[in-house]
Structures are given as C-alpha cells and as structure tokens.
Ligand binder design. Structure first.
Ligand SMILES: [Zn+2]
Length: 539
C-alpha cells in the first residue's frame, strides 16, 4: 500500500510539472498566446468532428491519444471535448487555429490538411510524461495530465515539406515506413517521396512486368554497400549497421539473397496510412538512368542488350515499357506529382548505340543531352495526358525542358540551378546535398549548419521565389541498413528541416529553436526514436 501511495505521489508531481511545462512547438507557429489554466485530460472523453470528411482525422487522433495515455476515447460526428471543425472549405489552405482552455480543445481549419496540422500541434502539447507514466504505471488511472491553455494561429510558409526515402539500396518494411510517416506527421512534413527503383533493385510490383520483382531482381547478393555496413557493425560494435535477417531469404540456385518489394496492395496501404496523416506519397521510378535492375531483368531495354543501364532510347519497345510501368504508377498513386528521376545518366552509351543514333537523327536532335530531353518531354506529355505532373532531379534541365516540369534541385555544387530553372518558369523543390542529404555524415555542427543556412537561394526575384514549392531532405540508404540507423541519420535533423520549410526565414532564430529542440529530444526519447545526440564523438 505504501508503495502505491508513493507511486501516486510521484504521478502527481509529474502532472504538476507537465501542467506548468512551456509550449514548445516545432516548427515554430505563426502566433502563440498562452493563458492561465489548462485543459485537464481525463479518460473517456469524446473527439467530435463537424464534417464526415474529418472522420479519418478523428480516428487518427483517437489512436494517438490512446497510445499516449492508455485511456480509451470515443469519436462522433458532432460536438466533443476535443473538437475538429471545418469552416469555409478550401483544400489548398493548410492553416489552422487551435484553442485550448479548461473546457476543451478546438481545432478549426479550412481543409483536412489544416486539421491534421492542428492535430500535430496538439500531439506536441501533450505532456511527454503521458507516455512515460503509461509505460511505468499503466493501470493506475487516478492521475491526470494537463494541456496548457493557449491560442495558436498558424500557417506554413511552403506547401512542400518533405522527406525522400530510398528503400532500394536497403529495404524498409511497410511497418517501418509507416513509423517514419507518423514521425513526419508529428512535425508537419507532408510529402513522402518514395524512390522505388534503382540499379540495386526494383521495389514496386508491376503487373505487366512481374519479373521486375522476381526472386533474382528484388533480391540480390550482398554488394559492396552491404559489406561496408557489416564492417562498420563489427568495428563499432553497432547493431544498427547490421543487415537485418528479416530481409534475407534462401533462393534456389542463388543461395542467400537480400531484398524485398512492395506489392500493389501494400503500396495502397501505405498511401492510405499517409493520406490519413495529410501526407502525399510521391513515387519515383527512375528513368532513363539508375535503372540497372530493370535492364538486367529485360536485357532488350539496354543499348547493347547486356543488361547495363541506361534504357536504350532508340528502341520503341523501351518507350512502351516506360509507358506501361508509369500506367500502373498512375493507377496506384492518387497525387498529381510523379517523379521520373532522370539523374546521373551515362549518356555516352547512347552515342555508341546505332539505334539511339538513329533516333537522334530522325528527331533532328543535336546530341545525347537532347535525346534525354526528348525522352523527358515525351514522357511528360504522357504524364499530362493521365492528369499527372512530372518531377525530376535537376539534370532534366540539360538539353531543354518544358515549363510545366518541376525540378528537384539536389546538386548543391551547381548553385545556379534554381536561378536557371525559375528564370525559365519551372517550379523547384529544394534539396541541395550541401544541406539536405540526411545520409551524409554529421558532426556536432551539422544541425546548426542546416538551421542557419540559406537553403532558399538569396538571389531570386520575387517572381522567381513564387516558383519555389518548398524543400525536402533525401535519405539515400547505401549505408543505412536498418530503421535504427535511419533514425540516427534523420533525427534531429528532420526537426530543423521542418522549421526551415514551415516557418518564414525572418522568424527562424537558432537561440529560440535550440531550447525547443532540447524539449523535443525528450519527446523523441519517449517515442523510442534512436536519434543522434547533439554532442557526441560517435561517427
Ligand atoms: Zn540505344
């Protein structure tokens, strides 16, 4: 009995602490007005929603709150203690207002996404101790938690706030992918760019070409990246660098192979999970380069039929292959943007191929750069005819580009790319490797380098600035074999990215961000995220 009283007293102390905790929101909201008092959070209240379209958001919030607290909550169309309210609907408006007082919490927005942004803020207003108490004292429901009384008005600076994940070089399961999506939602990151094909494997089931994800294509023998990871695992005694057994299987005639792929049902499941959290999934099937796995699978895709990339653009059967693969991409992914990749193409192969040379001649093209541009434009027309918009890495600019293509600026050592693209009228998503390649090694200064950096080039005119859609970080996974390693590389950098993308530059201030970040590290701890500590000697 004495022990139980001691536990309750410690709970009460934690409650008081949490009620007095400061409001620490990342990314920094437009305005925060704190007031006296709190909303006391007890079990069993109802989450109300004003419009049937908000039902998935209410269920998502219910799941979050139940996971955090161990309490059970109800949802209903109508009024609740926590209320989600849609007014003057405008699906392009991501702003929201959150009002918390002793009677409850009201989130008002003009769109589903706005409501989701408000829920992200509410998740961050929840005392971190909820989760910890639940773990430690699950079963005792006498204690309570408080959410501080506050009015928050908020809207994003950029509409594109993303992360790109590469499950090709190392694979991530549907569950691991969903966990990343949930972490993105907590920080209002709303674009998940999914790099689904590359030289090392094809990760999306394509019904027209089932061999792409067959045993010898979606799975492979250990390569140099795997061996580097395993070497580091041994040298550093670091299990996060081990190749997970769950992605290794015995294949007759090949021995033990590493890999995996997503069935179309699994892809639909991920898209649905992301959509509930206000996240668009942007697929990338990289063409005409970075396509070695497809070329190896169907040798006729390659210039000399030897299985080496890039795709042979002289052959009509290759164009038909591209169209059929994208047909299935268009059917699966409901969003307007689809990435063609288009980076790092070994165009020399085309200059040595008689069929490619014939194409250059018959289309009146100058050189192999124009041959890639011809392919990109042809594909863009195909995308547009299916109601999609084309995205590509910044190499797609070379050889000419139509105005309606959107460019991912990744080559931070080519600072004029954004200047050039926007001068031509092309929209740009910023992801320069100099700031936003989260697979790059980090040291104790990396976070500040990102936070203080001019990711948006400073030499753009007001007209050009309008063409900047936003920014994203890329997680290339050659040396990221596990979810734990991914978390180490992504967090807390993703919090700096979130604020760079959401909060206007003039309101970004390191001295203001840093204490909020420290509070959030405790939240990441409570969530079990294995982030890189701010000061460390570990590489
Ligand atoms: Zn060729």
């Amino acid at each position: 009995m004495k022990k139980r009283i001691a536990l309750c007293v410690s709970c009460l102390l934690l409650c008081l602490c949490s009620a007095m905790a400061a409001v620490n929101i990342i990314p920094k909201p437009m305005s925060v007005e704190e007031k006296e008092g709190e909303f006391v959070f007890t079990k069993g209240f109802t989450i109300g929603y004003s419009d049937a379209s908000l039902q998935p958001a209410a269920t998502y919030l219910q799941e979050v709150l139940e996971n955090e607290t161990g309490f059970r909550f109800k949802t209903k169309l109508g009024k609740g203690k926590v209320q989600l309210s849609l007014v003057l609907p405008d699906e392009n408006d991501e702003s929201y207002e959150l009002v918390c007082d002793k009677k409850g919490v009201l989130i008002t927005a003009h769109s589903y996404r706005g409501i989701i942004n408000g829920i992200a803020t509410l998740r961050q207003l929840m005392p971190i101790e909820c989760r910890q108490n639940f773990c430690l004292f699950g079963g005792f429901h006498e204690f309570y938690w408080g959410i501080p009384s506050v009015t928050i008005k908020d809207a994003p600076n950029f509409h594109w706030r993303g992360l790109m994940l590469d499950p090709v070089r190392h694979f991530f399961s549907v569950e691991e992918t969903k966990r990343l999506l949930d972490q993105m939602a907590l920080y209002k990151l709303n674009k998940f760019h999914w790099h689904l094909s590359d030289n090392e494997g094809f990760r999306m089931e394509v019904k027209a070409y089932p061999e792409l994800t067959g045993d010898s294509m979606a799975w492979r023998r250990f390569n140099s990246h795997d061996r580097q990871c395993l070497d580091r695992a041994a040298k550093e005694n670091n299990p996060a660098m081990l190749i997970p057994w769950k992605f290794i299987k015995e294949v007759e005639g090949f021995g033990e192979l590493y890999g995996g792929y997503y069935t179309q049902d699994e892809i639909r499941d991920v898209i649905q999970y992301a959509a509930v959290r206000g996240i668009d999934v942007i697929p990338e099937i990289d063409m005409p380069g970075h396509n070695g796995s497809a070329c190896w699978c169907y040798r006729w895709l390659s210039c000399t039929q030897d299985g080496r990339e890039p795709l042979c653009l002289g052959r009509n059967s290759t164009i038909e292959f591209a169209e059929k693969v994208y047909d299935e991409v268009f059917q699966l992914f409901p969003y307007e943007y689809v990435s063609i990749g288009g980076d790092e193409v070994n165009r020399r192969r085309w200059s040595e191929c008689s069929e490619c040379k014939k194409r250059i001649e018959s289309e009146g093209l100058k050189d192999v750069s124009e041959l890639q541009a011809w392919f990109t434009k042809k594909m863009e027309k195909y995308f547009n005819a299916h109601g999609k918009r084309i995205l590509g890495w910044d190499e797609i600019l070379e050889g000419g580009l139509s105005k309606t293509a959107t460019v991912h600026w990744w080559r931070g050592d080519h600072p004029d790319v954004t200047q050039k693209s926007t001068a031509m009228g092309n929209e740009v998503v910023l992801c320069p490797f100099t700031f936003l390649y989260f697979d790059y090694a980090q040291d104790d200064n990396t976070l500040r380098h990102i936070y203080d950096g001019d990711i948006v080039p400073v030499d753009l005119t007001a007209e050009q600035l309008k063409l900047i859609k936003g920014m994203q970080a890329n997680i290339w996974c050659e040396r990221i074999p596990t979810e734990a390693r991914m978390q180490w590389m992504v967090f807390p950098r993703a919090l700096a990215l979130a604020e760079k993308a959401w909060t206007p530059r003039k309101d970004q201030n390191w001295d203001d961000f840093f204490p909020r970040l420290q509070a959030h590290l405790k939240r990441l701890d409570a969530m079990g995220i294995q982030y890189r500590p701010l000061q460390t000697k570990r590489p």
